[in-house]
Design a protein around this ligand. Structure first.
Ligand code: ATP
Ligand code: MG
Length: 561
């Protein structure tokens, strides 16, 4: 894969600067560090493309590191899903690492800190500690346990590890500065007691290291040169550096934390916690529901890895948070699917057309191009007969000159087939049209080379032969949230903005070539949009997800509201 972006983002400038100042290129190393407490989402895709993109640009290793320090929320299922998603996006990690692999090393280093007088066991309740924290403008107070002897601290820490205490009775805290203007430097907690089974270390540990203590030291163990994280960690950088100072050896690479802005996508939420809520409350059918902004949801919806990478490249890396409109993501999938997906025909809201001058009982198999923009995509055979379906809204009894579809007395071309003319229509007692009678011009067959076949008519319609078409389930998706930024309202919960009509299930009539379609196959239903075969499909009931329409209709609908 060769897709290092052309212009440098500000983080790449930092790396370039370091190289210029003598940092050896072969020591560059990056990591992508997800916590396995949910599935990856489109925001993570930015971080993945950034870190693995740097790896490709500098030919440097990139680790996949699971930041698994909270046994309560982490699961093997999430580890597996994350690996699958990163691979699917097209990236290969150098080594697969787990912060939990470093629990022993972290523990040993914690002992070093205690011995240096830089960490102590606090036996206060969390309320007592909170009361001493102070405010950004007022210094905090010292814990009565802050001056415990080194020996006592070691004895207690070992007892904590052995499981002699209940949760919440003791913590290990770094001894830094209770009057620091950075609240994170006011004796942060390094370890807490959790009598919980960890998905990897099982019951080996009942004390677990906190994020700040774990992350920088894990970077150091792996000799990550540039540790890139999102802006909410900017204030943590001071602590990251303080923890490194305690264990750093000058002969090794000292990791450098730098921050970039989180990416937010409109009409959805990108936070594992909130996505979990959608799953748990049954708003969606699992993490990979095609309406979810997760990588696995987008895959199931029909997105390609290329389209997601192109999207991430286009929005780039920013220093400030902003909202990216989901239509930009849709633009990228449209652009890619336009190049790669075969064209087929399906009618989703059918009305029957009887071609009165077509020889009774006859049928023919017409040659149709799979992709007009790509000759190498080849052709396929599409059956034609005297009874076809077209879309209901492609016919009107009367219409003005701007209506290029079928109207009484008017002509249209049937895609890859003949020109037909609407002669009359039949209605039920309520006045609904139930059938249209047409005649066809037998000499107008597409591709036959006759003068009639080249005759221009304004409209071209997709269609299927009634006798040959088969029924399939089609799932039409809309935005999951009605508000463009559902989790930014002070007085309302993001769940209040869930779109109750985000899924519509309909029946479609499809051309027979689709009978052999496989799960994850992507096609363009001509004039309707891009569709992808859903894993819910069975041999009797194929299920298609609409990935995206051919045009951006949402923006228009919004403008008209
Ligand atoms: P969430 O709130 O969804 O759980 P997180 O930041 O806690 O997000 P992690 O698993 O810790 O999720 O994230 C792994 C990496 O991806 C981190 O470096 C994080 O900064 C980055 N990341 C997470 N969300 C986004 C986002 N929306 N945009 C860009 N990067 C992100
Ligand atoms: Mg997190």
């Amino acid at each position: 894969m060769n897709e290092a972006p052309k212009s440098l983002n500000f983080l790449e400038h930092i790396v370039e600067e370091d190289l210029k100042n003598g940092f050896p290129k072969e020591q560059l190393r990056f990591r992508f560090p997800p916590e396995p407490n949910g599935y990856l989402h489109i925001g993570h895709a930015s971080s993945i493309c950034l870190n693995f993109g740097l790896g490709l640009r500098y030919d440097s290793p990139v680790n996949l590191r699971f930041d698994d320090t909270n046994p309560v929320k982490e699961e093997q299922e999430f580890v597996d899903a994350i690996k699958r998603d990163v691979k699917w996006l097209g990236y290969n990690w150098d080594t697969e690492r787990y912060a939990s692999d470093y629990f022993q090393q972290l523990y040993d280093w914690a002992i070093v800190l205690i011995k240096k007088g830089k960490a102590y066991i606090d036996s206060q309740s969390s309320e007592e500690m909170a009361a001493q924290k102070g405010t950004p403008n007022e210094p905090g107070g010292h814990s009565p346990f802050r001056d415990r002897s080194i020996d006592e601290n070691i004895r207690l820490f070992e007892a904590m590890k052995k499981g002699e205490f209940e949760e919440g009775t003791h913590v290990l805290r770094a001894k830094i500065d209770m009057s620091s203007s950075n609240m994170l430097m006011r004796d942060p907690i390094m370890y807490r007691i959790l009598h919980k089974v960890h998905h990897r270390t099982k019951s080996d540990w009942c004390i677990y290291p906190m994020y700040d203590w774990t992350h920088g030291e894990s970077d150091y163990i792996e000799q990550v040169s540039h540790s890139l994280c999102t802006l909410e960690f900017a204030m943590h950088r001071e602590l990251y550096d303080w923890f490194l100072d305690q264990v750093y050896d000058e002969r090794t690479v000292r990791p450098k934390q730098r921050e970039f802005a989180r990416r937010n996508l409109s009409h959805t939420v990108v936070s594992k916690r909130k996505l979990l809520k959608l799953v748990e409350e049954g708003v969606v059918n699992g993490w990979n529901d095609p309406r979810m902004p997760t990588i696995s949801g987008l895959r199931r919806r029909g997105y390609t890895p290329e389209s997601i990478r192109n999207f991430a490249d286009t929005i780039g890396i920013a220093k400030r948070e902003n909202l990216i409109d989901v239509s930009l993501l849709e633009f990228h999938v449209r652009e890619h699917l336009n190049k790669v997906s075969p064209r087929v025909m399906g009618v989703l809201d059918p009305i029957k057309v009887v071609i009165t001058n077509y020889p009774e009982g006859e049928e023919e198999w017409l040659e149709a191009e799979n992709n007009p923009g790509d000759e190498s995509a080849g052709t396929r055979k599409v059956p034609f007969s005297g009874e076809i379906y077209i879309e209901k809204n492609d016919f009107r009894e009367e219409a003005n000159r701007k209506f290029f579809r079928l109207k009484l007395g008017g002509e249209v071309r049937l895609k890859s087939a003949y020109i037909i003319k609407a002669e009359s229509c039949t209605k039920d007692t309520d006045g609904n049209i139930t059938e249209i009678q047409c005649t066809y011009d037998p000499k107008s067959k597409s591709g036959s080379g006759t003068q009639e076949s080249l005759r221009k008519v304004k409209g071209t319609l997709h269609w299927v032969s009634v006798k040959h078409a088969f029924e399939a389930e089609v799932r039409i998706y809309d935005r999951l949230f009605l508000d463009e930024s559902p989790d930014t309202h002070k007085d309302k919960d993001f769940m209040d903005f869930v779109n109750p009509d985000s899924l519509k299930v309909i029946k479609g009539f499809l051309e027979p070539s689709l009978k052999n379609a496989k799960v994850e196959d992507r096609v363009q239903f001509q004039r309707l949009g891009y569709f992808c075969v859903d894993p819910d499909s069975t041999s009797e009931n194929l299920v298609f997800n609409r990935t995206v329409t051919l045009r951006d209709t949402w923006a228009k609908i919004q403008q008209n509201n």
